[in-house]
Write a protein that binds this ligand. Structure first.
Ligand code: PBG
Ligand code: ZN
Length: 333
């Protein structure tokens, strides 16, 4: 098709000269509808606590969270991903599945006022456990391990309690084997067969979550997450993770992080085009842009819209990003 000698008959610049033509033929359009804003809710009252490594992001008490939601709705953002920071962390992360837990309380408050808000909850234990790992911990001699199967029932319990409080979608992020199946069974048995699961199917053990761990006070107290999150050197394995999640009943897939993993996003979309795919533009990716912009080294608006559009172009249908609010503002101008 592309024979030599087509120039000067074929000139690709012809389609670039006129702004209106460029608008007409643009392949990827970033929309506010595609964005999900992550938010951190904490106990207490009248508190908006800045997160140092994430300028513009805060831990919010429920009353302050309501103010923030009003602002988001005003900007046209309808989708949020909620994370809870409990008053007390313990070995089992009991606050995470308590009907009076921080996240359940927040969801009930939001649902009272906003029927038009899509509330997605992160289903995991690391924000709630004293040791900071994503589930039940066992010890063999001097070795600690995340106990996979004993954690599954607790994950299901947590997901059910989120939905009971009013969550619209649950998003398990722990990278445990069998988590999607356990949560699907838990939801179905509780009568919530219409609630979708957005699985963090392909989640890498990444340094890009550094600022998030400050935000949720959830860094592991010992060890790291490499026995459950994926090795960032692997991409074939991503396909196996997705295939398993689909078999277990996942309704939507996710790749995380996003910016350095566009190849993975592209492969997952090519392999499973029939499933909606999300990408998580993580705290570290946000922090890098904020830092460079803060120094005046990057044009924040241009660089951010470029990165977010590239994530969509790679194959993500929607993006979880701390830039959702600013992007919505920019897209409306
Ligand atoms: C909880 C969870 C994490 C993130 C989302 N859910 C932290 C982790 O796995 O260590 C990271 C989000 C971000 O960095 O923005 N499992
Ligand atoms: Zn976790």
């Amino acid at each position: 098709m592309y024979n030599r000698g087509q120039f000067p008959k074929t000139r690709l610049r012809r389609l670039r000269h006129n702004l209106l033509v460029r608008d007409l033929i643009r392949e990827t359009i970033l929309k506010t509808d595609d964005l999900i804003m992550p938010l951190f809710v904490r106990y207490g009252e009248n508190l908006k606590k800045p997160i140092a490594a994430m300028p513009g992001c805060f831990q919010l008490t429920v009353d302050k969270l309501e103010d923030e939601i009003n602002e988001l709705v005003r900007l046209g953002i309808k989708n949020i991903l909620l994370f809870g920071i409990p008053a007390h962390k313990d070995a089992l992360g009991t606050d995470s599945y308590s009907d009076d837990g921080i996240i359940q309380t927040a969801i009930r408050a939001l649902k009272k006022k906003h029927s038009d808000l899509l509330i997605i909850t992160d289903v995991c234990f690391c924000e709630y456990t004293s040791h900071g790992h994503c589930g039940y911990i066992t010890q063999h001699e001097n070795k600690f391990d995340l106990a996979n199967d004993p954690t599954l029932a607790l994950l299901a319990k947590q997901a059910v309690s989120h939905v009971k409080a009013g969550a619209d979608i649950v998003a398990p992020s722990g990278m445990l084997d069998g988590m999607v199946q356990a949560i699907r069974e838990g939801l179905d048995n509780a009568g919530y067969e219409t609630i979708p699961i957005l699985s963090y199917s392909v989640k890498y053990a990444s340094s890009m979550y550094g600022p998030f761990r400050e935000a949720t006070e959830g860094a592991p107290k010992f060890g790291d997450r490499r026995t459950y999150q994926m090795d960032f050197a692997n991409a074939n394995e991503a396909i196996r993770e997705c295939a398993l999640d689909i078999a277990e009943g996942a309704d939507m897939l996710m790749v995380k992080p996003a910016h350095a993993y566009l190849d993975v996003i592209h492969r997952v979309k090519a392999q499973f085009p029939e499933l909606p795919l999300g990408a998580y533009h993580t705290s570290g990716e946000y922090a890098m842009l904020k830092a460079a912009a803060g120094k005046g080294w990057l044009d924040e608006r241009a660089a951010t819209l470029e990165v977010l559009t590239a994530i969509r172009r790679a194959g993500a249908d929607f993006i979880i990003t701390y830039y959702a609010k600013e992007a919505a503002q920019w897209l409306s101008e």
